[in-house]
Design a protein around this ligand. Structure first.
Ligand code: AOF
Ligand code: ZN
Length: 340
């Protein structure tokens, strides 16, 4: 069973970065020990994985003796597509193996119940951990009512993210190398949104786009509590959408503006939930990242560690959790931490 489910996860993950806010789903049909068809949810709005797999089978009689494997509980609602449960029942498939339940409120076990009520045998939980890990954005969003949050920064081996600069005319210290930038942009292509604080915009003027990897640009978000920004900064250019949280409206070019008197990380993640944003990278600076750490609103941290010390400068955020991964990217090191 596991080998078929592993293949479902592989098929599902080939649509990485294309399905949000929907999950990545792969399905396959096994008839008498042979895979006779595969299907995936290819992009947001496309048909679901199960009907994709079912409709490719020419000899429909085979369906009546096939096992359907799928990494997500089949849906039972009318969304952009009709319920997958109806398609499975109509096809006469006798047995469905599922990795993990779809915990969004409209499904959450109802899909399995409908299949069972129709006399279809089900098994749930095969490679569940791996399936939940693959769709961690989707599950965090529906279960915690906020996006999955990745904290990301580059620091020197002695714990600084920059020198003590007083003017944007002094360029930032280049800590990470090109390999690190490629990994970083790969992440940008997978996430729906990216956020930095006011100071980072003023001092670094980042574009926050996906330039070193194929894929979408995330929604670029910032906070402008004291009205220090204007529409000329790169984050507000035409390259991608932008959103700014402020206490008083100003001219931010093409950005969407949300005005509120009290802007904190709880408020921001609540707004992102309403906007169906399931994944967020917080890229700096230290103050903004630490406000997410203090509120315990984070899931993963990725720290790129450069190869030379600075001895003094702007202190990097501090996390005391154990790193689960250490990798080398040319001269840089990558350290990954999960919030358990
Ligand atoms: C499945 N198979 O391949 C996917 C499912 O608007 P719709 O019709 O595309 O429905 C989106 C919801 O359906 C999504 O939020 C999630 O609960 C489920 N996704 N379900 O049976 C699939 N992609
Ligand atoms: Zn479906």
């Amino acid at each position: 069973m596991e080998k078929y489910m592993r293949r479902c996860l592989e098929i599902a993950s080939s649509a990485e970065g294309l399905t949000a806010p929907n999950p990545m789903v792969g399905a396959l049909l096994v008839c008498e020990g042979r895979i006779i068809s595969e299907g995936k949810h290819a992009f947001y709005g496309a048909s679901h994985a199960e009907p994709e797999a079912i409709s490719k089978v020419k000899d429909v009689e085979l369906l009546k003796k096939s096992i359907l494997y799928v990494n997500l509980e089949p849906c039972c609602h009318y969304g952009k597509t009709p319920p997958c449960t109806e398609k499975i029942i109509a096809a006469g498939i006798p047995y469905v193996v599922v990795a993990a339940l779809d915990t969004s409120s409209k499904i959450n076990g109802k899909g399995i119940k409908i299949l069972n009520d129709a006399g279809i045998k089900t098994d749930v939980g095969i490679l569940e951990k791996e399936a939940r890990e693959l769709n961690r954005f989707f599950y965090t969003y529906h279960e915690k009512k906020r996006p999955y949050i990745l904290l990301k920064w580059a620091q020197t081996p002695d714990g600084f993210i920059d020198s003590d600069r007083t003017t944007p005319q002094t360029p930032p210290v280049k800590i990470s190398n090109h390999a690190t930038q490629i990994v970083d942009h790969h992440h940008r292509s997978q996430y729906q949104a990216i956020m930095v604080g006011t100071n980072t915009i003023i001092m670094d003027n980042p574009s926050l786009t996906t330039r070193c990897w194929y894929g979408k640009n995330p929604l670029r978000i910032t906070i402008d509590r004291h009205g220090k920004l204007n529409g000329n900064y790169n984050i507000f250019n035409h390259d991608a959408k932008s959103l700014v949280f402020t206490t008083s409206p100003a001219d931010y070019g093409y950005a969407e503006v949300i005005v509120n008197n009290s802007i904190d990380v709880e408020y921001i993640t609540g707004v992102l939930f309403e906007k169906k944003i399931q994944s967020l990278i917080v890229e700096g600076g230290t103050q903004l990242i630490e406000s997410f750490i203090r509120a315990n609103l984070w899931d993963e941290a990725m720290i790129f560690i450069g190869d030379f010390p600075l001895k003094k400068g702007v202190k990097a955020p501090v996390l005391n959790n154990d790193a689960v991964l250490r990798e080398t990217l040319l001269s840089n090191k990558l350290c990954k931490i999960y919030n358990s």
